[in-house]
Design a protein around this ligand. Sequence first.
Ligand code: ZN
Length: 448
Amino acid sequence: MLNTLGPFLRRRVFWIADAFRRPSVRSQLDDIEAQLSAGPKASAVQSKRLESLLTHATATTPFYRAYHGSTELARFPVIQKRHISDHRGAFESTVYAGQPLPVMSTSGSTGMPMQFRLSPLKRCRQRAEIIYFSELAGFKLGMRHANVRIIRNKKPLRYWMENQVLFDPSVMNEPWLARARKELKHPAMVYLTGYARPISVLADYCSRKGDKPGMFSLRAVVPTAEALTPDERRDIESVFGCPVFNRYASQEFGVLAQECRSGRLHLNTASYVFELLALGSDIPAPPGQVGRVVVTDLFSHAMPLIRYVIGDLAILEADPCPCGNPTPTLRELQGRLVEMILDTNGQIVSPYVLVNNLREVTGITQFRFIQRTAAQYELMLVVTPGFEEEERVVHLLRQYLGQEANISINRVNEIPPLRSGKRPYVINEYLKDSLREVGRVTPCAPAP
Ligand SMILES: [Zn+2]
């Protein structure tokens, strides 16, 4: 009988159970729907919620006590992950002291894991955000779906209830790929989400095995956490025969934005206030220019996240999206900062230019490109025997990086995954280091 419990029944069971929760996921889902469809009217609610969060933070957290009486967001300091890691206790609200709240931990892909506490309302909000944005991509609760992510807590019953199949990408070997491919071909499997790069590897594997769109029932692929190259995106769409909708999400927050059919990222202004600040200073980026994405979480009451630098660059779109959705959009989310490269003049070079050029060099099977300083770069290469194209590669890269670029080539047997399990093509150690110095914050004294 259990096996015949279809998506409809699963959905019913979820919502019946939810009706007994306080707060309920349903109440948050209704709120998100109402806010994101309200157009300009939503901004009054957002302002009220922001004021309430700032008042709460200044009244109940040691760090924000110094800002007591201020309800103007721009007066609050811009916060980096390290500020919270170094003074976590000072950011926690005394309202929740002693309460056994769930503690979440970021994956630490930038080398600095961070722990933070979530209130029951925030947990519900996060679940509601996932449901809302998944539905936008054509997925309904209870439908069979696959999630590619590193598994920390196995709760088989919950995954079964949600009809979710987990692919842990820690080891992406042949048996892993074969199992994932088989699961994806299940006739009821309609939706694939999770880390972008393993999804891309999986699509490539299916393609090499000769799979065609008709062999899958997938309706949407929603990659998170990493930027896809246009090639990877095209390959995924062509092998699985369904659209890709990029999702911009983070463990600190939840779902921040998701791509629509017009290819723009719609911001989740129901839950967050977004600012784009200039590179190297905390003033707003001029309209149409690249800025650092800075987020305030309207539902982060247990540990307020106010003007938090998330580590991405983007450009805010000036005109409404042709898809009709009234929420503001980002024209370009230029990848994780650690996945972008600057030339020797400090101008942004699209990582895709480097990726596409290197792909055309015969004999390179894998690579990772790292910017070390303003003009020092390292290229890790896995090559086939007899490869002697180093000089040509350096010449090719200097066309984009500048003739002064100091490029060292380092042959390796394998490109190692990061601690998070991700395998980025491009890493910018230089930007990572310089951005650490941007926020000018003087943490106040720890709690008495
Ligand atoms: Zn749109």
